[in-house]
Design a protein around this ligand. Structure first.
Ligand SMILES: Cc1ncc(COP(=O)(O)O)c(C=O)c1O
Length: 447
């Protein structure tokens, strides 16, 4: 089976600009967001649309890698930031009404948020979460799941996307660094477990409980579209409690995107600590480590876990977060967002059935995926096998087709797509039509 779709939209200016950019930044991308050969340079974004340097106006399902939940450059959020800038200030490196107000707000939103600290990115909070757990327990090791992404910091930058030649057996995955420059001591202290497998988790946690400082888990691995099976998160929480190991939820993606209070509220599970970011401020840079008091008091200045950051909790980002949460709390906000996701999933799903093709359109709330397999993956190895068996090539053709129709899906790899409240019914219908057109055109190759 071979499905090839060439890009037909004009990318001349992006490509020319890429030559200039490569002289001054690795890969032509100073933000580390890089993909070849079709690196698009952004010109501007508003509402549900992103415009590139060539003037292509694209319906944007990348949403700035997830944070854009209300819509690009939302006037209300922007105004809150402008007012703060003009009347309050830009940077204090001191606590202020905005940061304390936001901590109070998070306590009301998230079951696990008795106390909060703020950073600028998800990675910062992941690093501080690990440090806090290690300080609290006095133990060196952490547990994370194969395929999970908790950011680029050393302790967690492991086995996010490992190759078969390195990843070991399914029951005892090897710890595979995501990056060069990883000291062996760090690798030894990160244990990798298979997602959705409570048996393996039970054995490993029991065996190494005296050395494990925390279990770090995403309640939905959105990087690869892997949902937690019913009972998995509850079982993991019970195992952590039984073995006296702190449980940390990574709700950087799910935090405000799936609802006020994140997946922990939906699932009725209260982890010991949580990291939140992305959709919390509709694109302004802020993240939070929140948790139960006894863990959070391990942090500086009360505890020994050093915590700092010049821009942490700055007035512009806290103002953006407070306004964003206020908008998200308005009646029906998430219902409308979920409905857009359901409409897409249902219409594309019906076309899949009608055309009898091997594909599945699934996801959660405002995140949707179209993969060319008979069912959604249950763990990283399912994704790996599917991609090696030709899934990656079909997904690339699909992304190119969508781009040719003016629709921007998560670039580079995979088909993760975020919806914002600015995506109109027409945007959604255009997207359905384009996806169905792809399925129809390639139906014989997709069986
Ligand atoms: C689940 C999850 N955790 C952590 C991170 C790291 O966040 P950041 O890129 O803001 O450092 C990401 C980023 O994509 C993520 O998806």
């Amino acid at each position: 089976m071979s499905i090839n779709v060439s890009l037909t939209i004009g990318l001349t200016k992006s490509r020319q600009y890429g030559e200039t950019a490569r002289r001054v930044a690795p890969g032509g991308s100073p933000d580390g967001k890089w993909w070849e050969p079709d690196l698009i340079y952004a010109a501007r974004a508003k509402g549900s649309h992103l415009t590139d340097l060539d003037g292509n106006e694209l319906i944007d399902y990348y949403c700035g890698a997830g944070p854009i939940i209300i819509g690009h450059a939302d006037p209300e959020v922007n105004q809150a930031v402008i007012d703060t800038m003009q009347n309050i200030g830009v940077q204090f490196a001191l606590p202020h009404r905005g940061s304390i107000g936001l901590a109070e707000k998070l306590s009301r939103c998230f079951p696990s948020a008795e106390m909060s600290v703020f950073c600028n990115a998800g990675t910062d909070t992941a690093h501080f979460a690990v440090r806090t757990a290690r300080t609290f327990t006095g133990r060196p090791k952490i547990v994370k799941f194969e395929g999970g992404y908790q950011g680029w910091a050393d302790p967690v930058a492991m086995s996010t996307n490992p190759k078969a030649s390195a990843f070991g057996s399914e029951d005892a995955p090897h710890t595979v660094p995501d990056t060069g420059g990883m000291p062996p001591g760090v690798v030894e202290n990160t244990i990798i477990l298979p997602y959705n497998n409570l048996e393996v988790a039970a054995r490993r946690l029991e065996k190494e409980k005296r050395e494990i400082a925390c279990v770090f888990v995403e309640p939905y691995i959105h990087g690869f579209g892997i949902a937690a099976k019913p009972g998995f998160l509850r079982g993991l929480a019970d195992l952590c409690a039984a073995n006296d190991i702190p449980l940390i939820f990574d709700e950087i993606v799910t935090g405000f995107r799936h609802g006020i209070g994140g997946m922990q509220k939906i699932e009725g599970i209260t982890p010991d600590m949580t990291i939140i970011g992305k959709a919390m401020a509709n694109g302004f840079p802020i993240s939070a480590l929140v948790g139960k008091r006894r863990y959070m008091e391990s942090l500086f200045p009360r505890g020994a876990a050093f915590f700092s950051g010049t821009f942490n909790g700055n007035p512009l980002s806290t103002a953006a977060a407070l306004k964003t949460i206020e908008i998200l709390e308005r009646p029906g906000f998430h219902d409308r967002l979920y409905k857009s996701g359901d409409t897409l999933r249902q219409a594309i799903g019906e076309a899949i059935t009608r055309l009898n093709v091997k594909a599945v359109c699934y996801g959660y709330g405002s995140v949707w995926y179209l993969v060319f397999d008979s069912r959604p993956p249950e763990n990283y190895r399912d994704v790996y096998k599917y991609r090696q068996d030709g899934g990656s090539r079909i997904e690339e053709a699909y992304r190119h087709h969508m781009l040719n129709r003016g629709i921007f899906i998560f670039p580079g790899r995979g088909t993760r797509s975020y919806i914002s409240a600015a995506h109109s019914a027409q945007d959604i219908q255009r997207t359905i039509d384009a996806a169905v057109e792809f399925l129809t055109a390639h139906q014989h190759d997709l069986r």
